[in-house]
Design a protein around this ligand. Sequence first.
Ligand code: SF4
Length: 363
Amino acid sequence: MAPSPLREKVRTRAEDRPGVYRWLGAGGRILYVGKSVRLRSRLLSYFREERGKAARMVAEAEDVNWDQRPNEFAALIREMRLIRAWQPEYNVQHKRDRRYGFIKITREPAPRLVPVSRVHNDGASYYGPFAQTGWLTQAVHDLSLATGLRDCPAHTPIHFGDQLEIFSGGRVPRCIRGDTGTCPAPCAGRCTTAEYNRRLRLACAFLEARSRAPLAELEDSVTAAAAELRFEYAATIRDRMETLEKLWSHLSGFRGQMENLNLVYSVPGYEGDDRIYLIRRGRPCADLPMPKSSRARRRANEAVEEVFQPVPGDRDGRLDGDAAAEVLLTVSWFNRRPRERERAVAPERWLGGVVVGSGRRAG
Ligand code: SF4
């Protein structure tokens, strides 16, 4: 049974308005973070739970607190950032949209390409989001083959040829790719760190839509296979090329898509706390009160100009875990609520004086 002081605290102090709440255990440990557009109702509903995860959590909780937010979008951003920062035990995972996936470059001695639907603060790089339609796994596999990156499990021991080792002889590749030449076999000391990193750079350049070199190499392989009358092999390579062409077209399309995620998004707030959110390449970077005078508009314009200044590396498409999670949140938010898109304008339009949602110019 939940301790009644907590229920009393919620009943007497919480308001039915958007916000983020935290259930706290012994020593202030965060057990769970959630958001709601009606904080008070949501929190009181926990005390009616008699079994299951919510009931267990409330029984364990020693306190509950909350922050008010002006609107649901703000609450969603705050919830996501808190969950990523604290990883509360009752938030098994942040609610995520499984329709999207990313290509991750792992942070390992011999990095791999991996298709993922979750992003972490693990120092890895992420490319995406891609529509998760099953083809991504094949595309990642084909790109690994085409660039010569390993695709074996993370725990595979790696021994580069330039590593100083007392017992280094006699190692054999741990899978057939080492023998067929589609992997330089860093598991068997058959390539140096520099050789492997050269292949990694090849894959990165492709993922950043800067170089089609892996496709050009496949083209050469097809020509050579056909000349040697190895038609079956040539057909396999052609299939691979088709998948990589599709991946390339997504990757080159990203540049435009990310520019479309430069937005000044106006959101009506609770009790008139209307805000604008400056969303830069899919990441909510800043928010400020909706300007209601020409002086406030000038100040808002200064903030817009500052946030949307070009930054080196902007266009390479590489994201860290936090950036990837925030881009995904923004994409999912607008895809699920297409009408909200009408409240958002490109920064240039905002600076040109457009009043969001009306097509008018600010006076
Ligand atoms: S050859 Fe070795 S490094 Fe390459 S994929 Fe196979 S097990 Fe991994």
